[in-house]
Ligand binder design. Sequence first.
Ligand SMILES: *Cc1c(COP(=O)(O)O)cnc(C)c1O
Length: 234
Amino acid sequence: MSRHPAHLDVLPPHPGLTDVRQRIAAAAAEAGRPLADITLVAVSKTFEPAAIEPVIEAGQRVFGENRVQESKAKWPELKSRFAGITLHLIGPLQSNKAAEAVALFDCIQTLDREKLARVLADEIQRQGRQPDLFVEINTGEEEQKAGIRPREADRFIAACRDTYGLKIAGLMCIPPADEEPALHFALLETIAKRNGLKQLSMGMSADFETAIRFGATHVRVGSAIFGERFKKLA
Ligand SMILES: *Cc1c(COP(=O)(O)O)cnc(C)c1O
């Protein structure tokens, strides 16, 4: 009887990834939600390919980055070596980088103004490539933070759809660092529901379990998988 060598059956584990996946599974079970409804976006910003590769080898395929230039330097090569990688842009997008973003990313989570909606619509048309789009909502109405204010969300989503012909997949938020995130997650869920949107990108290392309780379909987790970042990025 022939047997597979064990290494063909078992992916090399990555401790940070294993831990986060277990915590996601536990939070989903507790919330009575199917695990398949929750996508883990592993946030690899600031980390070199050498730190990312073991996470890919352990089976993770969905990654998040917050800068177009950094992603262009890291991901084409990794994508050529590993099949099935999906890349999410989770940082602010300048209009003059929209073309590169449409070419590189499978999902852009930070659609936050009308000019960007117009430029993305043009690029999607021109390139014949359609990343999923999330509208970023500034749930805390923070002056320094990107995102559409809650009271402007319905009008902005309607403009994306009707004026620019964009298909919106869902909403994303980054709650204020010093506030109870649950209130912000609940607000995001309310705005999504009344606009017929099913996808919610919310929850990071410190609060992804809470986000799952409030309906997150995408959790963006960096340091709990990769460890602390040395370069401080917003
Ligand atoms: C960096 C970042 C994350 C991940 O943060 P961690 O606390 O390391 O999990 C999630 N979302 C956005 C938008 C980020 O910039």
